[in-house]
Write a protein that binds this ligand. Structure first.
Ligand code: PDD
Length: 298
């Protein structure tokens, strides 16, 4: 089946869809993106993703190409044309097309590209969804909170993971703390049984899945702290898992070849896997909108 893309006002067969070679996304990675999971034909955590998209645009002073309602129409149309029921919708906004010059061009409209693609069905069996990870140094820049298309360090890290047969590369910063995965949020249950993920600041992306899960955690009795782990604490963890729009809640059962605890998904990871599955299935569908501002995303 041929795929369709939206490019600057037109829906095109994807093989014919193209952008100008002087688009600043192509020249400078001067743009931002979002990935929204489509489950059972619905977008998951749409409001969180649109709030983060708006924030990313604001932070690098790119005007929004259209309002949220219009963008949603485009997203839905791309998904409809591609007949995606389980998968992702991808949107990318760049500063637009201009003669190559580092400083911002004046009065240039931003470029918007939207694609959608089929993905693996939502995992139902936690054991078969478990994966392994490696650790690599975090060599990224100082504004990882912005979801820019400038992903070269993330790609280098992910490639190292693939070559090691691992699902994810977990990044360790210069101070010896875990930041996040190449394309995921990292969580761990520490040696004291406390669920932890790093606090939000300029050095990690405020994950939408993280925000949704944090809200779900409020009604659980699971002890939780937004406090990063040192490498030593991380290697001592009882449980490790990742979250993202495409990883959901993904148990990590070994890091750098060393099993985490008994090498099986742990009890807290299993509870959160179930909670998030219910959320994605729509049981807690109304939790997301009121979260955007409370979670560092909006
Ligand atoms: N990645 N950290 C990084 C560096 C990411 O790239 C992502 C998402 C996340 C998790 O964010 P969220 O829960 O909102 O998906 C954390 C997407 C899926 C990607 O680049 O394809």
């Amino acid at each position: 089946m041929s795929r369709f893309a939206y490019v600057n006002g037109r829906y095109r067969p994807q093989r014919d869809a193209c952008v100008n070679i002087e688009d600043r996304g192509y020249q400078f990675a001067d743009g931002i993106y979002e990935v929204i999971h489509i489950h059972d034909g619905r977008f998951v955590d749409t409001d969180l993703h649109l709030a983060r998209l708006a924030r990313s645009l604001r932070e690098i002073a790119i005007p929004a190409p259209m309002d949220d309602a219009s963008l949603l129409v485009v997203l839905r149309e791309v998904v409809r044309r591609n007949r995606v029921h389980e998968g992702i919708v991808y949107m990318q906004i760049t500063r637009g097309v201009a003669r190559r010059d580092h400083a911002f061009p004046k009065s240039v409209p931003p470029s918007l590209v939207v694609t959608a693609r089929h993905g693996h069905p939502f995992p139902r069996d936690i054991a078969s969804w478990a994966g392994i990870a490696i650790t690599v140094p975090d060599i990224r820049w100082g504004r990882c909170d912005i979801k820019t298309i400038n992903l070269l360090p993330n790609c280098l890290a992910k490639q190292r993971a693939r070559e090691a047969g691992a699902y994810e590369a977990i990044l360790i910063d210069r101070s010896g703390h875990i930041t996040e995965g190449a394309s995921t949020t990292v969580w761990a249950v520490d040696a004291n049984g406390i669920l932890r993920t790093r606090h939000l600041d300029d050095y990690i992306l405020p994950g939408c899945t993280r925000a949704a899960l944090t809200a779900l955690l409020r009604d659980s009795a699971i002890p939780f702290e937004e406090r990063g782990l040192t490498e030593a604490e991380f290697r001592d963890a009882r449980e490790v898992f990742l979250t993202s729009a495409t990883s959901f809640v993904k148990p990590i059962v070994a890091v750098d070849g060393v099993p985490i605890a008994n090498g099986l998904p742990g009890p807290i990871t299993t509870r959160l896997f179930t909670l998030f599955t219910r959320h994605a299935d729509g049981v807690a569908h109304n939790a997301a909108p009121r979260l955007a501002s409370a979670t560092g995303i909006g």
